[in-house]
Design a protein around this ligand. Structure first.
Ligand code: AQP
Length: 325
């Protein structure tokens, strides 16, 4: 199993429930690789702040561990520490039709501003490389990553057909609930790290002060009604209910029964309580983990060694098949 998170901003509750929480739950059943996609953080150069990037590449692995990922059972590493990612990405750049990349919704939405970089266009090839080097069967991700897994499968199949069977074709593993958490300030937009950088009240940051988290939830957009109606949920109220459900480990039915007919204020207060409890305990573990800065460096160095041992073998096989010796 393999997955990762781009070091593009502060991690939020969507990253936790859509991805990290699933990783922690599944980690006992697989051989796991979880990376921090620092190279993907460079695709919009105007947004790169070197000091912040350096800080994130320490903060994110600490949050992985604080969220329950155990470095003894799962390999945690930085993408840029394993050079095979960039080499296989180039091979994939050369065999991926431009039309496949032009269809990617992330490129279409993020290329609207200024002059898009070549990296923003070709990053799906790097992501395919990130995944296929480890030959995973599953990639646990949120709903927004479905298209990326599809292009990864297409690239793997194209390579296998052109040069010989090498890559395992991975399946996405998308949680049934919480796979697409929406912004608290706009339920039509996915909660996102980069939006949170420019809009306060958009996201619930995993490292935000608990008081800020509570305020953001209490101020979350709802709709023109005042109470929960399980037969007629607006996207905003549905988003708050989903967050409550996953953070409290309840079922959909339990959540709907609990809040049906109750005012939005009650839902928000109870969500704020459960979010503070879950995120508060992640923050407590984060504090312990980061008390010794050498600890994370050690985890990343060990992770890079373990990851490279697998990635280099796959890269070597790909190079041989394609004629690079
Ligand atoms: N809102 C979300 N709800 C559920 N899952 C989500 N994920 C992201 N946002 C949500 C999942 O988190 C993992 C890491 O995402 P990523 O950083 O690789 O890319 P992203 O999906 O583009 O995340 P962001 O937060 O929206 O970042 P920016 O702002 O940089 O684009 C993935 O498994 C993703 O599905």
């Amino acid at each position: 199993m393999l997955s990762g998170i781009a070091a593009t901003g502060k991690l939020h509750v969507g990253n936790y429930v859509g991805a990290m929480r699933t990783w922690a739950t599944l980690q006992d059943s697989y051989d796991n690789y979880f990376f921090i996609a620092d190279l993907h953080a460079l695709t919009i150069p105007e947004a790169v702040r070197p000091d912040a990037l350096r800080q994130r590449t320490r903060e994110i692995p600490a949050l992985y561990i604080a969220s329950g990922i155990d470095p003894a059972r799962s390999t945690i590493f930085l993408q840029s520490h394993v050079p095979a990612h960039a080499v296989l990405a180039w091979i994939f750049d050369c065999l991926t039709p431009v039309g496949w990349l032009a269809r990617m919704t992330q490129y279409k939405s993020k290329s609207q501003s200024s002059s898009p970089s070549a990296g923003l266009f070709t990053y799906p090839c790097l992501q395919a490389s990130d995944i296929l080097l480890y030959q995973p069967r599953f990639v646990p991700v949120g709903e927004d990553q479905r298209q990326h897994i599809e292009i990864t499968r297409d690239i793997a199949e194209r390579f296998n057909a052109m040069f010989g069977e090498l890559f395992t074709i991975p399946d996405p593993w998308i949680p049934t609930d919480g796979a697409r958490i929406m912004g608290l300030d706009d339920p039509t937009e996915k909660m996102s790290k980069s939006t949170a950088e420019v809009r306060s009240g958009h996201a619930i940051g995993l490292l935000d002060p608990l008081e800020t988290i509570r305020k953001s939830i209490l101020r979350a957009v709802t709709d023109s009604r005042t109470a929960v109606d399980r037969e007629d949920l607006s996207p905003a109220v549905n988003n708050l209910l989903t967050l409550y459900q996953v953070l409290s480990d309840s079922t959909r039915d339990q959540t709907l029964e609990r809040f049906h007919g109750k005012g939005y204020g009650v839902l928000k207060r109870e969500l704020a309580d459960v979010a503070s409890e879950v995120i508060g305990s992640i923050q407590g573990r984060f504090k312990e983990i980061t008390a010794d800065p050498a600890y994370i460096d050690g985890v990343l160095a060990d992770g890079a060694r373990r990851a490279a041992a697998v990635a280099d073998v796959t890269l070597d096989r790909a190079k041989r098949l394609i004629g690079l010796t």
